[in-house]
Write a protein that binds this ligand. Structure first.
Ligand SMILES: C[S@@+](CC[C@H](N)C(=O)[O-])C[C@H]1O[C@@H](n2cnc3c(N)ncnc32)[C@H](O)[C@@H]1O
Length: 284
């Protein structure tokens, strides 16, 4: 499981498209879908809309799908144009992708995504902030002074404490990029906070487990290279685990949502019903 799924929730999204997805027939594109957790979850929640997940890595893409309304394709974002007609999608979702392409490429990719969005379609870009909030002294000092191994890149160590490589902060953040796209309007920014540790319930505890797994994967390298003594490492890990609970440490995500301009068709109004399975629409 990809760590972002633990924190944000598989099918979490902020764009105001829930009712359209329920009404059916909407086309959704999940960019860099990885193992397809978000798409497959969304496809089962919204069985009469269509979901396409694309990723460069055929080893992570699901080979089959339980739902008929989800399709996975091996596509490299760098190879533009993407193989879709103009105005194909009602909603494009991009999560934890910023540092997967060189910063200079994103504007061209965004332009291409706008091309394949329908007028009035939404785009949503979700990214984690690259630091922990309300972190205690041990975690803060680990961030400042990570073990410098000849074989373990520092950015890998940073995933312990920041969840995403430190280099992400060198990228132009999504709000700046979206604001520069003349075809995208009505930008909204949302924040999600995810508590880390036992006080954060099941998700917080899963995050702690994830940390331990990453530390274990670096352990031998650090100890062999005498970057840290084994008992000191054990003690630091235990202290970090206690500290996140003591300080109520949390991480944060931001979601940037915008709409492609130019829609001038009928407005669809949905009755305000509690039971989302029954949706009545009126077209004016
Ligand atoms: C951090 S994961 C995020 C996965 C998923 N969006 C999520 O939130 O769980 C980044 C994904 O981007 C994919 N990726 C990296 N470079 C890519 C490219 N040039 N084209 C398409 N996908 C790419 C990787 O294979 C990986 O699955």
């Amino acid at each position: 499981m990809i760590v972002s799924d633990l924190f944000v929730g598989h099918s979490d999204f902020k764009a105001p498209i829930q009712r359209l997805l329920q009404a059916g027939g909407s086309e959704v594109l999940d960019i860099g879908c990885g193992a397809g957790f978000w798409s497959s979850d969304m496809a089962s929640r919204y069985p009469i809309s269509y979901f396409t997940g694309i990723d460069i890595d055929k080893n992570v893409l699901p080979t089959s799908s339980l739902s008929k309304n989800v399709l996975y394709q091996r596509i490299d974002l760098i190879e533009l144009p993407l193989p879709y007609e103009d105005a194909t999608f009602d909603y494009i979702f991009i999560r934890s992708m910023m540092d997967t392409l060189p910063d200079s490429m994103w504007d061209d990719v965004l332009k291409e995504l706008v091309r394949i969005m329908k007028k009035g379609a939404y785009i949503e870009c979700v990214e984690a902030y690259d630091n922990l909030f309300d972190a205690g002294p041990i975690i803060q000092s680990s961030i400042k002074h990570p073990p410098q191994s000849p074989t373990t890149p520092t950015s890998a160590y940073n995933t312990l404490t920041s969840n995403i490589p430190a280099t992400t902060s060198q990228y132009n953040p999504w709000p700046n990029r979206i604001a520069n796209m003349s075809q995208l309007i009505g930008m909204q920014i949302y924040h999600t906070h995810t508590p880390v540790g036992i006080y954060g319930g099941a998700i917080g505890s899963l995050l702690l487990e994830y940390w331990e797994r990453i530390i274990k994967s670096f352990r031998r390298d650090w100890i062999t290279n005498k970057l840290i003594a084994e008992d000191e490492l054990e003690k630091t890990v235990e202290s970090m685990k206690n500290e996140v609970n003591e300080y109520n440490t949390y991480m944060s995500w931001y979601s940037v949502v915008a709409q492609k301009k130019g829609y001038s068709g009928p407005t669809i109004q949905f009755d305000d019903v509690d039971d989302f399975d029954i949706v009545h629409t009126h077209i004016f």
